[in-house]
Design a protein around this ligand. Structure first.
Ligand code: GLU
Length: 400
C-alpha cells in the first residue's frame, strides 16, 4: 500500500490555487521577479518523515519566518527573563514594519514584528560577541533547526540592506532608548542577513516541527533548544505570528504560524506536525494568498486546530487485575500521563480501602509522563504506602 498523504497534498495544491489573486512583494527586484505561479507544500511528522508536493525544490528567502527561530536562540543564549526585559510578548495588532514601542517600558511589543526582531537579533550569542560571531551563531542555529547547512542569498541581502531605511530608523530608535546596545547599523545588517537565508518548504516544515517537538529536531535528533524555550516561541507565534491578522488566523486556522514576505508560511502544531507552504502572491497583510488557503484547508481536513479537544485520558487505567489469593492488585496504565490522566488514575487508587495488600502500578504501556503527572503519581504511591499497602512499580522504560 502507498500512504495517501502525497496524493492528498497534490489535491490540496489544485484546490488552493487562486489564479492571479494577490501581488508579489516589490520593494526589492529579487522578490518582484520570482515566478508568481510557484507553489509548494510540505508536512513533517513528529518522527521526522517529510511529505512534499508542488515545486518542493523551489528556494526562497526565509524573511520574517526567521523571527521565531532567532527569538528561540536569544532565549536559549540569554534566558527568558533577560529577553523579556528587552522585548514584550503582547500582540501589537500592527503591520510587520510598524514603528511601535510600549510607552511605559520603551520595549518593542513582541519579537515577531520587525522592531522586536531587530532587538532579539542583538540578543543572540554571548553579550560580548562581535558581528561575525553573532552571524555564525545565527547560521548554526537556523541550520540546526532545518537539519542542514543553510546559506544566505547574497543578492537578496545586498538589495534588502540598500533599502532598509525603515528598519534602520527602528534600530536607531531602539539604540536611543537603550533597548539595544552597540551599533544600530550592525543590528540591521545582522537582522537583514538572517532574513536572507535560502530555504525550501521542506526546511520550513522541519524547522517548525522542531518547535512542535519540544525543541528536538526529529530528523537529526539534535536538541536545538529546551522544551521551555520551544513553548515560549510557540506561544508568541500563536498570538503575534500573523501580525494584524493574528486573531482571524487563530480562530479559522488555529495553528501557531509565521509568514514571510517571500510568500512562505510555516506552522507548528505542538505534539503533532510541522508545516511549510510557499506561494509568492501576497494579500494586504503581507501573507501568501495561496499559503493562507492551504493552511485553512489543512487545518479543516486534518483537524489541526490547536483548540480541538483530544480526549486521551478516559482510558488512562487500561485494566485492574486483582489476585484474590495474594490480595495483589495491578493497575495497568496506558497512554500519555498528564495532569488529567494522572488525576484519573489517582481517583481510581483512592477507591482502594486502607489495608496491607500489595498495589502495583504497571507503566509498561505508558507513552510519556510529564512533570505534573509524575508528581501526582509519586504522591499517590506514597499515600498508598502511608495507608499500609506495599506499593510496587513496573516501569520498564523508566518513565517515572
Ligand atoms: N526583510 C523583511 C523586512 O524586514 C522581512 C519582512 C517580512 O518577511 O515580513 O522588511
Amino acid at each position: 500500500m502507498k500512504t495517501p498523504v502525497p496524493d492528498y497534498l497534490l489535491e490540496i495544491r489544485d484546490a488552493c490555487s487562486v489564479g492571479d489573486d494577490g501581488e508579489l512583494a516589490d520593494y526589492i527586484p529579487e522578490l518582484a521577479s520570482v515566478d508568481p505561479n510557484r507553489f509548494a507544500v510540505a508536512i513533517c511528522t513528529m518522527d521526522g518523515v517529510v511529505y512534499t508536493a508542488g515545486d518542493a525544490g523551489a528556494r526562497f528567502t526565509i524573511q520574517s519566518m526567521s523571527k521565531p527561530f532567532i527569538y528561540a536562540l536569544a532565549l536559549r543564549d540569554r534566558g527568558i527573563k533577560a529577553v523579556l526585559e528587552k522585548v514584550g510578548v503582547e500582540p501589537s495588532g500592527d503591520a510587520f514594519n510598524e514603528i511601535s514601542l510600549e510607552p511605559e517600558t520603551g520595549r518593542p511589543e513582541n519579537p515577531m514584528i520587525n522592531i522586536g526582531a531587530i532587538t532579539t537579533h542583538t540578543l543572540v550569542g554571548d553579550p560580548d560577541a562581535d558581528e561575525i560571531e553573532r552571524d555564525r551563531v545565527v547560521a548554526e542555529g537556523l541550520s540546526a533547526f532545518a537539519g542542514r547547512d543553510l546559506e544566505v542569498d547574497i543578492t537578496v541581502f545586498d538589495s534588502e540592506l540598500r533599502t532598509a531605511f525603515r528598519n534602520r530608523a527602528m534600530a536607531n530608535l531602539l539604540r536611543a532608548g537603550g533597548i539595544i546596545e552597540g551599533d544600530p547599523d550592525e543590528a540591521v545588517r545582522g537582522y537583514t542577513r538572517q532574513c536572507a537565508y535560502n530555504v525550501t518548504v521542506r526546511d520550513l516544515a522541519v524547522m517548525a516541527v522542531t518547535l512542535a517537538n519540544g525543541g528536538i529536531n526529529p530528523v537529526t535528533r539534535e536538541r536545538v533548544v529546551s522544551a521551555e524555550v520551544a513553548r515560549q516561541v510557540l506561544a508568541v507565534m500563536t498570538t503575534c505570528g500573523m501580525y494584524d491578522a493574528a486573531g482571524d488566523w487563530m480562530s479559522t486556522v488555529g495553528i501557531p504560524a509565521k509568514s514571510g514576505v517571500s510568500g512562505g508560511i510555516l506552522g507548528a502544531l505542538p505534539g503533532q506536525v510541522g508545516l511549510g507552504v510557499f506561494s509568492p502572491r501576497l494579500d494586504g497583510h503581507g501573507h501568501s494568498v495561496e499559503g493562507v488557503r492551504t493552511f485553512e484547508r489543512l487545518s479543516r481536513d486534518l483537524e489541526l486546530h490547536l483548540m480541538n479537544t483530544t480526549f486521551t485520558d478516559v482510558e488512562a487505567v487500561r485494566s485492574v487485575r486483582h489476585d484474590e489469593r495474594t490480595g495483589r492488585q495491578v493497575y495497568r496504565l496506558q497512554g500519555p500521563m498528564t495532569f488529567a490522566s494522572a488525576e484519573l488514575v489517582l481517583r481510581r487508587l483512592a477507591e482502594i480501602p486502607a489495608g496491607s495488600g500489595e498495589v502495583t502500578l504497571d507503566l509498561s504501556r505508558v507513552s510519556s509522563v510529564n512533570t505534573s503527572a509524575r508528581r501526582i503519581l509519586v504522591e499517590g504511591m506514597s499515600r498508598l504506602s502511608a495507608d499500609g499497602h506495599v506499593v510496587g512499580l513496573a516501569d520498564p522504560s523508566g518513565r517515572l
